[in-house]
Design a protein around this ligand. Structure first.
Ligand SMILES: Nc1nc2c(c(=O)[nH]1)N[C@H]1C(S)=C(S)[C@@H](COP(=O)(O)O)O[C@H]1N2
Ligand SMILES: [Mo]
Length: 252
């Protein structure tokens, strides 16, 4: 069966069973096709599975909307962050020359990248919107290296399903699946609105995942770990948001 007709069949199947006999059957069908998000067993349960499955079947390669320079917000809203501490301040005083981003886990060649090295890689600049689950949003231009480029450099093993990422702030960690990790708009950003990425907005390095809500765009990233399961990460879901009751998959 061709990809398209198979996709149509699954999508139609999901919609039909969801309407007719409840979400549980849809969840079973989704499980069969590997479309279960890691928080399927939580409060949201089958509803989360349906959202994720539908997005993955229909929108795997869809691009987040990009805006014109004239639409960049004059006053981007920097969400408050907890105190970053003395160690962060020392790194900042050294213009983040000693900051490192580790990429490890199920990879052929684990690596450590400095901000300078990341800036030497092919870059992408895009004007996108960041939206918080609390309702506000702003539009800005972000510059960075596509995460897919780093994936190529380290050599992703075939069993990898997720990228788990950590912040300098230990209670901020998240994860995305390979569709988002390899998506052209998912960037390790170091620039914003034509300058350096300010500390208030996550500098020196922030993962921008413009197809999902703001909480997936973690600031001050220090380590990316490729894995086939999130069970041993964080408190078992590899996502501070999901563990706090929000959706693991926060597609917009
Ligand atoms: N390390 C870290 N990353 C973070 C946060 C944070 O407090 N610490 N807040 C998140 C939330 S809830 C949102 S909505 C966005 C806010 O991004 P902004 O400060 O650029 O507006 O950053 C996300 N990334
Ligand atoms: Mo948020």
């Amino acid at each position: 069966m061709s990809g398209m007709s198979r996709r149509k069949l699954i999508t139609a199947g999901l919609a039909t069973v969801a309407g007719a006999s409840g979400l549980a059957v849809a969840a079973k069908l989704a499980a069969h096709y590997g479309l279960i998000p890691p928080d399927a067993g939580t409060l949201y349960g089958a509803g989360e599975t349906l959202t994720y499955a539908a997005q993955r079947l229909l929108g795997r390669h869809a691009l987040a909307r990009e805006f014109a320079p004239s639409q960049i917000s004059t006053y981007p809203f920097a969400n408050a962050v907890d105190r970053l501490g003395d160690q962060f301040q020392r790194l900042q005083q050294g213009a983040f020359a000693d900051w490192r981003l580790a990429v490890d886990g199920m990879v052929a060649r684990p690596a450590l990248f400095s901000p300078a090295e990341l800036k030497s890689f092919p870059s992408r600049t895009q004007i996108t919107e960041i939206a918080c689950e609390e309702g506000w949003s702003y539009i800005a231009e972000w510059k960075g290296v596509p995460l897919s480029h780093l994936m190529d450099l380290v050599g992703v093993l075939p069993q990898v399903r997720y990228v788990f990422y950590r912040s300098f702030q230990s209670d901020w960690y998240e994860s995305i699946d390979m569709a988002d990790a390899l998506h052209p708009q998912t960037l390790v950003t170091y620039g914003m609105n034509g300058g350096e990425l300010p500390v208030g907005f996550g500098g020196p390095l922030r993962l921008r995942v413009p197809r999902q809500l703001g909480y997936k765009s973690v600031k001050y990233i220090t380590r990316l770990t490729l894995t086939d399961s999130l069970k041993s990460f964080g408190h078992g879901m590899g996502s501070a948001a999901a563990e706090g009751g929000y959706a693991w998959y926060a597609g917009i």
